[in-house]
Every structure is written in structure tokens, then in C-alpha cells.
Write a protein that binds this ligand. Structure first.
Ligand code: MF3
Ligand code: CO
Length: 248
């Protein structure tokens, strides 16, 4: 069941989303060669708690940390560790918060120092694919118009979209109906209506779309160990343009 949010619920989601965006800003300042992903997790957790919010990922189905930090061939759900970031790495940082019972969820992939032009193109394409999807998040469109537009954007540029993980509704739960795949034909699924809130999150690979989960039961990596990038915003459908809840 897809829940359309009231104005009061949307205002709580704006609070959660703003804290996510501010936390991303703090981490962007901190990402550089030599910092560990655990240090990034600490900065994020301290910031979120100082805002009287809760890091939504921590203890979610037993997840041990406040952020997901996925480096290079890691696609999603990388666990912060004592690994030091190195010049030329790319790192996906995924952050979720909850405040007053409502959630925000957003991810970006950042360059560490100087990265290759191949890595840069992957980051740019993935972020642009997210916006291609968001641009279809319009009252009256169908859900799969978002999915289709992301897939076409990515595959036109010879990258692949991950199939095994998808975006999702978000609200009083971090994961709500509907699922939001990053692939599929246009014109299917529920019609988008004002008050629907979605986390749209393309995961884009340089090589095969296939992924595998490592022995830690969380970290998802590309099967061919080529690079992967991930961008995500939580958005609300309105009468007009979508409202980006996780942007300052
Ligand atoms: N942001 C992820 C998502 O959208 C959630 C991370 S899973 C967790 O599904 F376990 F780390 F919380
Ligand atoms: Co999400």
C-alpha cells in the first residue's frame, strides 16, 4: 500500500531530509586520502545525534553502523572500517535519519583526491541518471516512467544498472511501498500522486550489472570487480515539480 503523506508528515520528512543533507556536507569536507571510513561514520553519527535525530541504518536488520560506505567496486552496504581511503578511490556514502517518526535517505558518490576520467564519467552519469529519474517524478506519470528513464540514460552511455537492489517508498518507515526499480519499460505501475514520497537510487556499474554479497553478509560488490556508483535522493510528488527532501 502506498501512503500519501499529509502536510504535517511532509514537514517531518523535510526535517529528516535536511539533516541527511547537512550530514553529507560534513562528510564531503572530511573525505580525503588517509581518513578511515569508520572516522566518517563517527562524524556522521555525532552530527545526526546532535540534531536530535537518529541514524536510521544503525541496527536496521542488525546493520552495525550509521552510514554505508562503499568504495570502488563496492556497490552498496559497505560497512565502515579501519580501511583508509586512498587517492583515486571513489566512495559512496549512504545516510539515513529518523526524526519524529519520519525518515530521510540519500546517497552520493565522491571522488577521493584525483580520480581517473573513467571514474569521473561514471560518477557524473550516475548522478545525471538520478536526475533523469527525478524529472519523471511528476503528478500523473506512472512509477515505471522513473525506472525507464534511468535505465535509458545509463545504457545509452554504455554503463549497466544494478537489478538486485532498487529504490523504495519512504515515510514513517525507511522502506515502504512501492519498490522503485532503476530499469523497466515505461507506462507501468501506479500513477504518481501528490504526497507520495520516494527514495530514488540508481546504482550504476562500469561492467556487468551482476553483483555478489561478500562474506560479511552486507557488502555488495560488482561480480567483475569493476567500479560502481550510487546516488540517491528522497523526493515528494507535488502538483508540480518534485520536491527534493534531501537537498539543502
Ligand atoms: N539506504 C539504503 C536503502 O535505501 C539502506 C541501507 S541498509 C542498512 O535501502 F541496513 F544499512 F540500513
Ligand atoms: Co534508500
Amino acid at each position: 500500500m502506498i501512503v500519501c503523506k499529509s502536510d504535517r508528515e511532509l514537514s517531518y520528512m523535510r526535517d529528516a531530509g535536511r539533516i541527511v543533507a547537512e550530514t553529507h556536507k560534513e562528510l564531503e569536507k572530511a573525505v580525503q586520502p588517509g581518513i578511515t571510513t569508520k572516522e566518517l561514520d563517527r562524524i556522521a553519527e555525532d552530527y545526526i545525534l546532535a540534531k536530535n535525530a537518529r541514524p536510521a541504518f544503525k541496527n536496521y536488520h542488525g546493520y552495525p553502523s550509521s552510514i554505508c560506505s562503499s568504495v570502488n567496486e563496492e556497490v552498496v552496504h559497505g560497512i565502515p572500517s579501519l580501511r583508509k581511503l586512498e587517492n583515486g578511490d571513489i566512495i559512496s556514502i549512504d545516510i539515513g535519519t529518523e526524526i519524529n517518526g519520519y525518515y530521510g535517505d540519500s546517497a552520493v558518490t565522491l571522488p577521493v583526491g584525483d580520480i581517473s576520467s573513467e571514474a569521473h564519467n561514471l560518477l557524473r552519469t550516475t548522478e545525471e541518471a538520478l536526475w533523469a529519474g527525478i524529472n519523471k517524478a511528476m503528478n500523473g506519470n506512472r512509477l515505471s516512467d522513473i525506472s525507464h528513464s534511468i535505465q535509458v540514460y545509463v545504457e545509452d552511455r554504455s554503463y549497466s544498472v544494478v537489478r538486485d537492489y532498487v529504490g523504495h517508498g519512504i515515510g514513517s518507515q525507511m522502506h515502504e511501498d512501492p519498490q522503485v526499480p532503476n530499469f523497466g519499460g515505461p507506462g507501468h505501475g501506479p500513477r504518481l500522486r501528490p504526497g507520495m514520497t520516494l527514495a530514488i537510487e540508481p546504482m550504476v556499474n562500469q561492467g556487468t550489472h551482476e553483483v555478489v554479497t561478500l562474506g560479511d553478509k552486507w557488502t555488495v560488490v560488482t561480480k567483475d570487480r569493476k567500479l560502481s556508483a550510487h546516488f540517491e535522493h528522497s523526493i515528494a510528488i507535488t502538483e508540480k515539480e518534485p520536491e527534493i527532501l534531501t537537498k539543502l
